[in-house]
Design a protein around this ligand. Structure first.
Ligand code: ADP
Length: 730
């Protein structure tokens, strides 16, 4: 009954391939020796043995040692592995590229190319799996969604949780749910066969993880004792976690106290430590601090390029798309002026919002007489291993999500990274040979960095996490097994926010609406907007789906650099702009694009709209509509309309307001805007069609803080409407 394999999709498959194309098999044979040379290969036997004996394995090993690509393949032929293996990734790009790589290594087709394809992936708004999928890479968010739909995880024999050291909120939730599931204390959820869990990371605190799962198992062992009246001390003993850290036993690759006690063994946690291959990396610090990472990186890149021999690619860690694109442009400009006898420079950006095919380019071999320069966000820290790198340039910062309690708003802030992240970044230079790491900060700067990155759960808005917990029946959020317990205040704030969104009843139980919101791959706010739109008195679901789809992809309007081009674009887009603001403008743009039947690409060029982004919007829309229909939201008589009536426009804005009620601001006498629920000054972002306009109240879907608090994605609303909603929910 799994809704994850819609029947429709199976019909779409081409005929099953009975024989594989020769190039697929050739590639597999070529890759085998490379696989066998990975540091993880000598551990294959002990990894298999550990999971035969126990249900939980904590595996650590440096980035690039082969954890993500090899472990699922090692487990596939195990006698207990009769179903699929799930393996989670914090990022889409990693999930997709790993799935492609593993398919190549196994000599299998990929995704939904064929019903016999053994490897697939599932990321938000893109599901490439089929009936034959045995290894499935998923983003953490997608696994959580599956855990809501199929609480026992009945389609899986094993779940591999990768990159645990990144400690995203989602990974913390997954670990909590899995702990309950393997310990059998998950509200009567019992699987027929045990679920095997592998927790993998580059730098994780093994001891904490072993203890975390061990305590869960201990509780369950105690429960069994009570249930069966068994007074044997041995059982209690076997429930104890084995907390041998890999560092303390370097000569023994897997540890488990129960290895010679098979009858009791399943209640223990095994550990395995894979030594990485690390060549020495020389660190170069700046003599004095700088803020100009782009300029400084540029100088160092050319210095390396002129001085150092090939091969030796460069990996630059920057904060985000803007700095990456700025540096890319400069490299390309300067590279044009290089003499013909100097090798070429190939700049390749890598950030989460980059389209998939562009992300894949970093894996293609460096062409002859060329040096690759990969310009990446912290994606390349551990999530994606880029081969060929000998030089790392690290700006020492990254953009992180931070919930600002006082404002009640979540924003992305550029913050110093931790020592542990800086060490990871440096390590990228020494995978294949000795390397160099240029830190764009001083040695003192390094010394003042925090030891570890604070887990996201301690610094972000928890409303999504709590909604997910409630939807999975973990009602007592204050007593949920968190690896790091968020402050009570943050949990309470999130509960209140969910109450405001009517996702929870007064009693704290999840509401029917809340359950629907949890099952949508959207934030609770956007989920609320969607659910509101499905109500008969609003009846504007299709329009709202268009708006949400457009909000879910990177900017659909092309970013233009020169003033001249900007003016040209303004003129061309004017017919799409709506005085109600950005959300209605997005709606009209999506709908005009869809109405265009002959040449959509030309239409996009004419209106300075990104064709690729619009293709993504269409894809997101298709998937959202499918989900709406599964959740029975799509029952209205609604029709999308590119020239919506006044009443329709009001209904749409009312839905946006309902979800984003915390993101509303009123015009002050001095012309500034102040938020109604936090009294914070915000300004309308220059990218908004309402930039420079004065309107009595605004609602905005995004809050960015760059020196100043900006509202992005803004609509003009009446103050009365805002007050009405606030009164109703308070
Ligand atoms: P870990 O999970 O320990 O970081 P991986 O299994 O991701 O290690 O990587 C093992 C090796 O496989 C690395 O050396 C990397 O270069 C290679 N690899 C991984 N993904 C890809 C890919 N998509 N394309 C090419 N090579 C890859």
């Amino acid at each position: 009954k799994s809704s994850l394999h819609p029947r429709r999709q199976q019909r779409d498959f081409p005929k099953a391939h009975t024989t594989l194309p020769p190039h697929v098999l050739k590639k597999r044979d070529e890759l085998l020796p490379i696989r066998k040379s990975l540091p993880i290969w000598p551990h294959v036997k002990s990894i298999r043995a550990a999971l035969r004996e126990n249900n939980v394995l904590v595996l650590t090993g440096e980035t690039g040692s082969g954890k993500s690509t090899q472990v699922p393949q090692f487990l596939l032929s195990e006698p207990w592995c009769t179903k699929t293996i799930a393996i989670t990734q914090p990022r889409r790009v990693a999930a997709i590229s790993l799935a492609r790589r593993v398919a190549e290594e196994m000599g299998s087709l990929f995704g939904n190319q064929s019903p016999s394809a053994k490897v697939g992936y599932s990321v938000r708004f893109d599901n490439a799996t089929g009936p034959g999928t045995r290894i499935k890479f998923l983003t953490e968010g997608m696994l959580l969604q599956e855990m809501l739909r199929d609480p026992e995880m009945s389609q899986y024999s094993a779940v591999v949780v990768d990159e645990v050291h990144e400690r995203s909120v989602n990974v913390d939730l997954i670990l909590g749910f899995l702990r309950n599931l393997v310990a059998g204390v998950d509200k009567g959820r019992k699987r027929k066969t045990p679920l095997k869990v592998v927790v993998m990371s580059a730098t994780a605190d093994v001891q904490a993880l072993v203890q975390f799962f061990g305590e869960g198992l201990q509780t369950s062992a105690r429960d069994v004792e009570v249930e069966t009246g068994d007074s044997g001390a041995a059982r209690t003993k076997s429930g104890k976690p084995s907390i041998d850290s890999p560092e303390s036993k370097p000569d023994q690759s897997t540890n488990s106290k129960s290895s010679n006690q098979p009858t009791q063994g399943h209640s223990q946690v095994s550990t395995c430590f894979v030594e990485g291959r690390q060549y020495p990396v020389k660190t170069v610090y700046l003599p004095s601090p700088t803020q100009d990472w782009v300029e400084t990186s540029l100088k160092i890149i050319f210095q390396i390029h002129y001085k150092e021999p090939l091969p030796g690619d460069i990996l630059v860690f920057l904060t985000g798309q803007d700095t990456i694109e700025g540096l890319e442009k400069l490299i390309n400009e300067y590279a044009q002026g290089m003499d013909a006898d100097v090798p070429k420079l190939l700049a390749l950006p890598l950030f989460a919002a980059l389209p998939q095919h562009a992300q894949q380019r970093i894996f293609t071999p460096t062409p002859p007489r060329t040096r690759k320069v990969i310009l990446a966000t912290n994606i390349a820290e551990t999530s994606v291993t880029v081969p060929g790198v000998r030089y790392v340039i690290d700006c020492g910062k990254s953009k992180i999500k931070q919930f600002r309690n006082r404002l009640g708003l979540e924003s992305l802030l550029v913050k110093p990274i931790s020592k542990s992240a800086a060490i990871q970044r440096k390590g990228r230079a020494g995978r294949e040979a000795a390397g160099q790491c240029y830190r764009l900060y001083t040695e003192e700067g390094f010394n003042t960095m925090e030891e570890r990155t604070t887990p996201e759960i301690l610094r972000c808005d928890l409303s999504h996490a709590i909604l997910t917990m409630k939807a999975r029946g973990a009602d007592d959020v204050l007593n949920f097994p968190f690896l790091d317990r968020p402050p009570r205040e943050a949990l309470e704030k999130a509960l209140l926010q969910l109450l405001h969104l009517s996702a929870l009843e007064e009693t704290g139980a999840i509401s029917e609406q809340g359950l629907k919101m949890a099952k949508l791959p959207l934030t609770p706010t956007l989920g609320r907007v969607l659910v509101e739109a499905a109500r008969p008195e609003r009846d504007c679901l299709l329009d709202v789906v268009d708006i949400i789809s457009a909000l879910s992809v990177e900017n659909i309007f092309l970013n233009l650099v020169t003033e001249e081009r900007k003016e040209e674009a303004e003129a061309a887009r004017r017919e799409l702009y709506r005085r109600e603001g950005d959300h209605m403008t997005l709606l009209v743009t999506v709908q005009r694009y869809e109405e265009e039947r002959s040449d959509r690409k030309a239409w996009c060029e004419k209106h300075f709209v990104s064709h690729r982004a619009m293709q993504n919007v269409m894809n997101v829309k298709k998937q959202l509509l499918q989900q709406c229909s599964q959740l029975k939201l799509l029952t209205s008589t609604d029709k999308a309309d590119s020239s919506p009536s006044e009443a329709k426009t009001q209904a749409i804005l009312a839905c946006i307001l309902r979800g984003f009620i915390s993101n509303t601001a009123r015009l002050m006498p001095d012309g500034s805007y102040k938020t109604l629920m936090g009294n914070q000054t915000v300004s309308i972002h220059p990218s908004s069609v309402l930039f420079g306009r004065k309107t009595e109240a605004i609602v905005f879907s995004e809050f960015v803080f760059t020196g100043k608090a900006w509202a992005r994605g803004v609509s003009a609303v009446q103050l009365d409407w805002v007050s009405e909603v606030i009164e109703a929910i308070m």
